[in-house]
Design a protein around this ligand. Structure first.
Ligand SMILES: Cc1cc2nc3c(=O)[nH]c(=O)nc-3n(C[C@H](O)[C@H](O)[C@H](O)COP(=O)(O)OP(=O)(O)OC[C@H]3O[C@@H](n4cnc5c(N)ncnc54)[C@H](O)[C@@H]3O)c2cc1C
Length: 565
C-alpha cells in the first residue's frame, strides 16, 4: 500500500528551515544510488531508503540525534520521518578549517529497517578431515586456517612463539628491560607481527570484497564494528590480542590445531614435492600441502629454503628511521588550529617525496602512539610503532624510509639473493653497536640529523629501552642518510613546523617489507619448483600489512583447496 506522500508536504520553505537548523550539514544534492532497495514505495513521497552524504562538525558526530537532524536537512525531509540512519563510511575532511566529518549514510524515511542476521563465516567441523600444515600463526597463517576449515580441510598451525598471554609478558620485558627472547617478541608468537601492532587495517588492495570479508571476520572476533565504516580503520594494540585469541579459539572449536613453541626447521621433501615439515625437536608433521606463512623476520626460514635448493628471488625493500613528534604539533599542522578540537582523533599524516631516483615516504604512522623495540635477536636494534585504540599518547611517530636500489645492494653482495637481507642485518647490528646495550636505540634530534650534528641532548621519547645520542649517519648507509635528510627538508616545506628541534629521529626502521621473495606460480599458487608448497604473506614478499597478509593467507588456502579438489 503506498503511503501518503510525505515528501510532497514539504514546501520549499520547510526545506529551507530544516537546512538552516542543520547549519553546515547541508551541502550538495543527495546522492542517488541504483540499488533498488534504496527507493521503495511508489512515486514521490512513499517510504524511502536513501543514501546521502552528510558533513558534520566533530563535536556533533557522536550524537545520533545530530546525525538524524543533518540527514533530514540534507534530504529535505522532516527529522520525525526518519526511522533509522546507518553510517556506511566515515572520514575526516582535514582540508576544511576547522575539519569536518564526512559521513556517507543510508537513511530510512517512513520505513523501518529489517534487522539483518549477523554475518558469519560458514565453517565446517573438520575434526575427521585430512590435515594440511600451516607454518606461522600470523595474520596470513590464521586466515589461511579459517579458509581451510571453510573448505573442509583440517589445519595444523605450527607457531614458534608463545600464545598471546605468554607473549604479553615477553614484549613487556623487552620494552622495559631490553631483553629479547628470540622466539617470543613483537614479531614472533600468536598472531605474528600483527598482535602488538598498531592494527591499522588500510590496504592498497582494490579488491573491496576481499578487504570487507577480512574486516567482517575481525569484527566477528571482537574487533570494533567501526572498522567496517571508517576510511582509515584501526583496532589498537590493547584490543588486538583478544581478537587474535578469539580467532584461534574458532579454529580449535572447528577441529583445527594450533601448536605454540613449535619452530619448523626443515621441510620433508621427496621428488620435488613437500609432504610435511620437521620441527626443531625432530618431530615430523605431515599434511596434504604446506602453507608457509612465516613473515619477513624469520631469516632462518629463508636460509632453510636456500639450503634445500628452493628458489628465492631478491626483492627491493625500504629502510630508514622512525621519527617522533609531539602529537600536539602534528595536530596543529594537520588540523590548522592551536588546539585539537573536541571530537577529532589524534591527527595522522602521510608524506611522500621523490629524492633523485628514489622515494622517501612516511610508513606506518602511529598518531598518539609508542615506538617499540621490534628486533628478534640480541645484538640487533630495530624499531617500529603502535598505538592504543584511544591513540592517547602525547607522541606521534612514523617510519620515514627510503627505497633501496641495486647501487645500495652492490656493497652487500650485488646480485646475490641475500644482499638485501645482509644490508638489513648489518644496519640493525650497527644500530645496536651505536646504541650500546639492552636495546638502547641510537637517536638524534630531527634538526640535528638534517644538519649533520650530534645532538647535545635528546627530547622525551616513548621508546621504552631508552635512547643514546649519536650521529645516525654512522649507522645508516650514506645514500640512505642523504635521501632521508633531503626528504625531511621536503616534508618540512610540505608541513610547516614539521622539521623541528622538538622531534627525535630513532634508528633503525629496517623491517618494512621482505628483502626476499619466495616465488609462486600464479596459476597454482605453489612454489614453481616444489609441489604442495604454498608460500604466502609478508615473508613471501606477497603482502605488506595485516589486511593484505590475511587476504594472501586466504588466497594460499584457496589454492591448496583447488589443488586437492
Ligand atoms: C610493531 C608493529 C606494528 C605494525 N603495525 C601495523 C599496522 O598498524 N598495520 C598493518 O597493516 N601492519 C602493521 N604491521 C605489520 C604487520 O604486522 C605485518 O605486515 C603482518 O603481521 C604480516 O603478516 P604475516 O602473517 O605475513 O607474517 P607475521 O605476522 O610476521 O607472522 C609470521 C609468524 O610465523 C611465525 N614463524 C616464523 N618462522 C617460523 C618457523 N620456522 N616455525 C614456526 N613459526 C614460525 C612467527 O613467529 C610469526 O608469528 C606492524 C608490525 C609491527 C612489528
Amino acid at each position: 500500500m503506498p503511503r501518503p506522500a510525505k515528501l510532497a508536504r514539504h514546501t520549499r520553505d520547510a526545506r529551507r528551515r530544516a537546512r538552516r537548523r542543520a547549519g553546515r550539514a547541508y551541502h550538495k544534492r543527495p546522492i542517488r544510488s541504483p540499488d533498488p532497495r534504496r527507493r521503495l514505495g511508489s512515486g514521490e513521497g512513499g517510504p524511502l531508503i536513501r543514501d546521502t552524504e552528510i558533513r558534520l562538525e566533530p563535536e556533533r558526530v557522536a550524537a545520533p540525534a545530530e546525525v538524524t537532524r543533518a540527514a533530514a536537512a540534507r534530504l529535505g525531509v522532516d527529522a520525525g520521518a526518519i526511522r533509522h540512519v546507518a553510517i556506511l563510511r566515515r572520514s575526516i575532511d582535514g582540508r576544511r578549517r576547522p575539519p569536518v566529518y564526512v559521513l556517507r549514510a543510508r537513511v530510512w524515511i517512513d520505513e523501518t529497517p529489517v534487522a539483518e542476521r549477523p554475518w558469519e563465516l560458514p565453517l565446517r567441523d573438520v575434526r575427521a578431515a585430512r590435515p594440511a600444515v600451516i607454518v606461522g600463526g600470523g595474520p596470513a597463517g590464521l586466515f589461511a586456517a579459517l579458509r581451510l576449515i571453510e573448505g573442509g580441510v583440517r589445519p595444523i598451525v605450527l607457531e614458534r612463539g608463545r600464545d598471546v598471554r605468554g607473549r604479553r609478558r615477553d614484549v613487556a620485558r623487552l620494552a622495559r628491560d631490553g631483553i629479547v627472547d628470540p622466539e617470543s617478541n613483537y614479531c614472533f608468537g600468536e598472531g605474528g607481527a600483527g598482535t602488538f601492532s598498531d592494527g591499522k587495517l588500510y590496504t592498497r588492495s582494490s579488491k573491496r570484497g576481499d578487504v570487507e570479508r577480512i574486516l567482517r571476520i575481525l569484527v566477528q572476533h571482537g574487533a570494533p564494528a567501526d572498522i567496517l565504516v571508517d576510511a582509515h580503520p584501526h583496532i589498537g594494540t590493547n584490543r588486538l590480542p583478544g581478537v587474535v585469541e578469539a580467532l584461534r579459539k574458532t579454529i580449535v572449536a572447528h577441529g583445527g590445531e594450533v601448536r605454540f613453541g613449535v619452530r619448523v626447521d626443515d621441510l620433508a621433501l621427496a621428488g620435488g614435492e613437500v609432504r610435511g615439515v620437521v620441527n626443531a625437536s625432530g618431530e615430523r608433521v605431515d599434511g596434504a600441502g604446506v602453507i608457509l606463512a612465516t613473515g619477513h623476520s624469520a631469516r632462518d626460514v629463508y636460509r632453510l629454503l636456500r639450503r634445500r635448493g628452493v628458489r628465492l628471488e631478491a626483492k627491493p625493500f625500504a629502510l630508514g628511521v622512525r621519527v617522533e613528534h609531539p602529537q600536539a604539533l602534528i595536530d596543529r599542522i594537520q588540523y590548522h588550529c592551536d588546539v585539537r578540537p573536541a571530537g577529532l582523533p589524534a591527527a595522522p599524516y602521510g608524506a611522500v617525496r621523490r629524492v633523485g631516483e628514489r622515494s622517501v615516504y612516511a610508513f606506518c604512522m602511529c598518531p598518539g602512539g609508542i615506538i617499540c623495540p621490534a628486533m628478534t635477536a640480541p645484538g640487533e636494534v630495530v624499531v617500529n610503532g603502535w598505538s592504543p585504540s584511544s591513540r592517547s599518547s602525547r607522541f606521534a611517530n612514523a617510519g620515514i624510509v627510503v627505497e633501496t636500489t641495486t647501487e645500495d645492494l652492490r656493497a652487500f653482495g650485488g646480485d646475490d639473493v641475500f644482499a638485501g637481507l645482509r644490508l638489513q642485518a648489518l644496519t640493525e647490528r650497527a644500530a645496536a653497536d651505536a646504541g650500546g646495550d639492552a636495546c638502547t636505540a641510537p637517536a638524534q634530534r630531527l634538526d640535528d640529523f638534517v644538519a649533520g650534528r650530534v645532538s647535545a641532548d635528546l627530547p622525551a621519547c616513548s621508546y621504552g629501552p631508552g635512547l643514546r645520542s649519536v650521529d645516525l649517519a654512522a649507522v645508516l648507509p650514506s645514500r640512505v642518510t642523504a635521501a632521508l635528510r633531503e626528504g625531511f627538508r621536503e616534508f618540512g616545506r610540505l608541513m610547516r613546523g614539521y622539521l623541528t628541534h622538538d622531534a627525535v629521529v630513532v634508528g633503525v626502521e629496517t623491517r618494512t617489507s621482505a628483502p626476499v621473495r619466495i616465488p609462486r606460480d600464479p596459476r597454482t599458487g605453489m612454489h614453481p619448483g616444489v609441489r604442495g608448497l604454498f608460500p604466502c604473506g609478508e615473508g613471501a614478499g606477497a603482502a605488506g600489512g595485516i589486511a593484505s597478509a590475511a587476504m594472501d593467507g586466504e588466497r594460499a588456502a584457496a589454492a591448496l583447496l583447488r589443488a586437492l579438489a
